[in-house]
Design a protein around this ligand. Structure first.
Ligand SMILES: [Zn+2]
Length: 137
């Protein structure tokens, strides 16, 4: 299970709403203790695709985030992106690009106004998707 602080959840929602009508993205880092992944830091990145249906993280920002996480002794846990007009589940492209079977892929759906839906997914090597529980703390 994933533990996400309320303040970080709010930051993710704010970043994704600010990015509308396009998809927004970012990285999540933290600690792993057994089955529990605690998110300690989120990185709000620029979607250089500037698209409603795709995202690519700015490589410079991505590198800076990885360096910062390392300096803080955090593990990169995965990433998040928004779906401005579709539900919170991985698209075919999301699955294709999910190359890390240990990563958490968070998707925030903004399809319904004033009702953001955040879910976390794992994608294995055969591209099977599992839903992971997120606890907001
Ligand atoms: Zn997507």
């Amino acid at each position: 299970m994933l533990k996400l602080k309320k303040e970080h959840y709010d930051e993710i929602v704010k970043h994704c709403v600010a990015g509308l009508p396009n998809e927004a993205c970012g990285l999540i880092a933290g600690t792993i203790d057994g089955d529990v992944k605690q998110i300690e830091k989120i990185y709000l990145l620029t979607n250089i695709d500037k698209s409603r249906e795709h995202f690519s993280m700015d490589p410079k920002e991505q590198l800076a985030a990885v360096k910062d996480a390392r300096a803080n002794h955090y593990t990169m846990l995965g990433n998040f992106h928004s779906h401005p007009e579709s539900p919170s589940r991985p698209s075919e492209e999301d699955k294709r690009l999910a190359y890390d079977s240990t990563a958490e892929y968070l998707i925030l759906s903004l399809q319904e106004e004033n009702h953001p839906v955040l879910k976390a997914f794992g994608v294995d090597k055969e591209k099977n998707v599992t839903v992971h529980e997120i606890e907001i703390i």
